[in-house]
Design a protein around this ligand. Structure first.
Ligand SMILES: [Zn+2]
Ligand SMILES: [Zn+2]
Length: 426
């Protein structure tokens, strides 16, 4: 069977391709302008093609008005139509390139919105934001320079200020895609049986029946993290560690089998029971390796515990990691985290306040630190101080356990849970 409405159908492929080209040209104002103009026209041309192929569509005159009135009553479809009229009259869209800037440590400190030339480097925008925050907030330079500015660039049309342009075009695309699907059906041809295929990239059933996943542009590609100390970009992504059989075997060989016997056999143990045994295991790993990597166990409903491992190089990395983890917790709806790390602890608060790193205070001590937090507000810390002997051998003090009072660095995750609980209780 051939496609019953090939001209219409091909216009859909065209719009899809042009949308991707707009995305590729996001940071090239001229390329972006040309491609969004073309995408807008392609979307509109599709409806013209549809009308030209109306003979193929059963009861077109009673079928099409339904879609027409839906388009008329839709904010984005209306905007697209007006934008296209403007473009064919050789006038460009009035667009604005904006930058939203968030400055954060473990805490969100300040947010700004700037209108900026599209080619202005994010570094310059971060410099501007740093000057502004210094005017408004009393924060010492040694702390501020470790903070991170998240610079998010966006293109907006002046008459659609709340929508990022590519998001609006993606919305419009998916809208007409549904018309094309329905038109296939109306012409006696199931969309999935149509021999015409989009050759740009493969699409899933969910893409076609729902919203194309390639167009759900996460903000990541237009967002940069700039460290306020050197104004360099920093990236950090955390991923779960996949435990392979080889890894488990190697671990069993390296540490005594006893090390792992303490872990509960049940694959989704209760958090505090799990944390008790992880504490024992971590102490043995530390004793053997002389160090313990920073790791997290994250519990995801329906999936169980996932292991994450991170390697920060400085404080700014740590800020980014906690932001990343918080985002991950949000997306996966995780409900518990067990964080395991080595830490310096010190009672010399005056030195710390004046900018001395904890590791350089006089009364510093090393500790293995495990923190458990759950989405329903429970928390517990395990602190085991230790000393290193001349040959590196490690001598532990007794583990101190304290309930409540989660570490301040866990704040980004606690905020996600707070928002979740608030929206649930509404
Ligand atoms: Zn077709
Ligand atoms: Zn795509």
């Amino acid at each position: 069977m051939n496609c019953t409405i090939p001209n219409t159908h091909k216009r859909l492929f065209e719009a899809h391709r042009l949308w991707h080209q707009s995305l590729e040209n996001y940071f090239d104002p001229e390329g972006f302008r040309v491609n969004i103009n073309a995408t807008i026209q392609a979307l509109r041309n599709l409806t013209f093609a549809l009308q030209a192929e109306k003979e193929k569509i059963k009861d077109f005159d009673s079928w099409y008005p339904f879609w027409q009135s839906r388009m008329k009553n839709d904010q984005i479809m209306k905007w697209l139509n007006e934008a296209r009229v403007q473009i064919v009259h050789q006038r460009d869209l009035e667009t604005q390139s904006q930058a939203n800037v968030l400055i954060h440590s473990y805490f969100n400190l300040m947010e700004y919105k700037f209108t900026v030339p599209p080619l202005l480097p994010s570094e310059i925008i971060a410099r501007r934001a740093k000057i502004l925050i210094k005017e408004k907030v009393d924060i010492p330079e040694h702390q501020l320079k470790e903070c991170v500015a998240v610079v998010e660039r966006r293109w907006v049309a002046e008459d659609l200020p709340d929508w990022e342009i590519l998001d609006a075009l993606s919305y419009g695309f998916n809208f007409v895609k549904d018309i094309v699907r329905d038109a296939h059906k109306q012409s006696g041809n199931e969309y999935f049986e149509c021999p015409l295929h989009d050759s740009l990239h493969s699409l899933t059933y969910d893409d076609i029946t729902g919203h194309y996943s390639c167009m759900k542009v996460s903000t990541t590609f237009r967002t940069q993290n700039i460290v306020l100390g050197n104004f360099q970009e920093r990236t950090f992504e955390t991923h779960p560690v996949k435990m392979t059989d080889e890894m488990i075997l190697a671990a069993k060989k390296r540490y005594s089998p006893k090390t792992f016997m303490q872990l509960p056999v049940n694959s989704s143990p209760e958090p505090f029971i799990f944390a008790d045994s992880l504490n024992q295991t971590a102490l043995q790993v530390l004793k053997k390796d002389k160090y313990h990597q920073w790791i997290q166990f994250i519990r995801i409903p329906g999936k169980g515990w996932e292991l994450h491992s991170v390697l920060p190089e400085d404080k700014s990395d740590k800020f980014l990691i906690m932001k990343e983890l918080a985002q991950y917790v949000k997306e996966t709806e995780a409900d518990c985290i067990i964080d395991i790390n080595e830490a310096w602890i010190s009672g010399d608060l005056d030195a710390i306040k004046s900018g001395t790193p904890v590791s350089e205070t006089k009364d510093k001590e090393e500790a293995l630190w495990i923190s458990v937090i759950t989405s329903d507000g429970k928390s517990r810390n395990y602190t085991t101080k230790f000393q290193r002997g001349y040959f590196g051998n490690i001598k532990f003090s007794e583990t101190q356990i304290s309930e409540g009072n989660p570490g301040y660095y866990l704040k980004p995750i606690l905020e996600v849970w707070q928002d979740r609980n608030e929206s649930k209780s509404k």
